[in-house]
Design a protein around this ligand. Structure first.
Ligand SMILES: NC(=O)c1ccc[n+]([C@@H]2O[C@H](COP(=O)([O-])OP(=O)(O)OC[C@H]3O[C@@H](n4cnc5c(N)ncnc54)[C@H](O)[C@@H]3O)[C@@H](O)[C@H]2O)c1
Length: 326
């Protein structure tokens, strides 16, 4: 298995799940945002997915039969300011990877997509059939790859699964790996940092049409995401049937609930200030995860917000400076 972005947050958890399921895992990562120490479940090939020859060489040298593709940029705000960065890495990079796979006859592809491909929801919970109208170049870049996949399937017999995650959160319950983004843009680690006094926390708007006025999101544990990847891979290998799946719990939580949960789990206050709404933040986003349950037989094991926050808190307590390489 080649895991692009295998030194990153979700890719390293997927690599761990794959290794536990008996696969030989090779991480392919440029380390632009990842950590050498996270790529601990097999060899790390340092390279850029934009480098066709390097990807082909890795596929050939390690006799790869399937690729899980996590390598991308994922900061929505940055994608609005710098769309070229997102089109280049997330779209052109992915197309180069697919080209390398076609050239080396690698025919199974599991792709990290996102609920950002849906854009402003017209109904919730969001099912896979919901229209995809992204409102930023991050979501557009992921949708462009999703749309390329059936063409690669037709031309090269490639089977694929596009996994649309909602909000990835938590850390490996064994404490081996966790979340270490710089800058950190996700709510749970930011609230944890605020609890430890490392930084302040701003809540973007409390006048949304939700019970407590803050946005509702669907937090899905990274180990459950990893498990879904293994199941999706096995499903496409067994059935040859490609498709897209939402990965979420189907139970949204508000920003205030997350803050309260971090306070409860950590036993510390989470200081926060109220800021304005961010443009393009829908009030409510959560998954209808029925398709993944029915077809991948996937059920999140850490569906409870407290369990998610606890694993993130434990990782942060044991690694206050993340992987500590910088
Ligand atoms: N974190 C979330 O909540 C979330 C939600 C939905 C979708 N996703 C998707 O999941 C994937 C992984 O997200 P993450 O949170 O683990 O991010 P991450 O930044 O921790 O991991 C991405 C990894 O890809 C590597 N990378 C980036 N560009 C590369 C390139 N050109 N060549 C080689 N390596 C490269 C980085 O060094 C990093 O290790 C992304 O594709 C993201 O769009 C994440």
């Amino acid at each position: 298995m080649l895991v692009t972005g295998g030194a990153g947050y979700i890719g390293s958890h997927a690599a761990k799940a794959l290794a536990a399921a008996g696969y030989t895992v090779v991480a392919f990562d440029s380390l632009v945002a990842g950590h050498r120490a996270a790529a601990k479940f097999g060899p790390l090939v340092e390279g850029d997915i934009a480098d066709l020859q390097a990807v082909r060489a890795a596929l050939k040298a390690h006799d790869i039969f399937a690729v899980m593709h996590f390598a991308a940029f994922l900061d929505v705000g940055e994608s609005v300011r710098e769309p070229s960065k997102y089109y280049r890495n997330n779209v052109a990079g992915a197309v180069t990877l697919l080209e390398a796979m076609a050239a080396e006859s690698v025919r199974h592809f599991v792709f990290s997509s996102t609920c950002a491909t849906y854009g402003e929801p017209i109904e919730t919970p969001i099912a896979e059939t919901h229209p995809q109208n992204p409102i930023n170049s991050y979501g557009e870049s992921k949708l462009a790859v999703e749309r390329a996949l059936p063409h690669f399937e037709r031309a090269h017999g490639m089977h694929w699964a596009a996994l649309r995650y909602f909000n990835a959160a938590g850390a490996d319950p064994d404490g081996e790996i966790g979340e270490d983004h710089s800058p950190e843009i996700h709510l749970i680690p930011r609230a944890i940092e605020a609890a430890t006094g490392a930084c302040g926390l701003q809540v973007f708007g409390d006048d949304y049409p939700t019970p407590d006025g803050t946005c509702l999101r669907d937090y899905i544990h990274v180990t459950d995401l990893a498990d879904a990847h293994v199941r999706a891979l096995e499903a496409i290998v067994e059935t040859g049937k490609s498709g897209a799946y939402n990965l979420g719990t189907g139970h949204p939580h508000s920003v205030r609930e997350v803050i309260d949960t971090v306070q409860r789990v950590s036993g510390r206050a989470v200081p926060w200030t109220l800021g304005p709404r961010r443009p393009g933040d829908p009030a409510v986003l959560y998954a209808a995860p029925k398709k993944a349950r029915a077809e991948l037989h996937w059920t999140p094991r850490y569906a409870d917000l407290e369990a998610i926050v606890r694993t993130a808190w434990n990782w942060h307590q044991a690694h206050p400076h993340g992987y500590g390489e910088e």
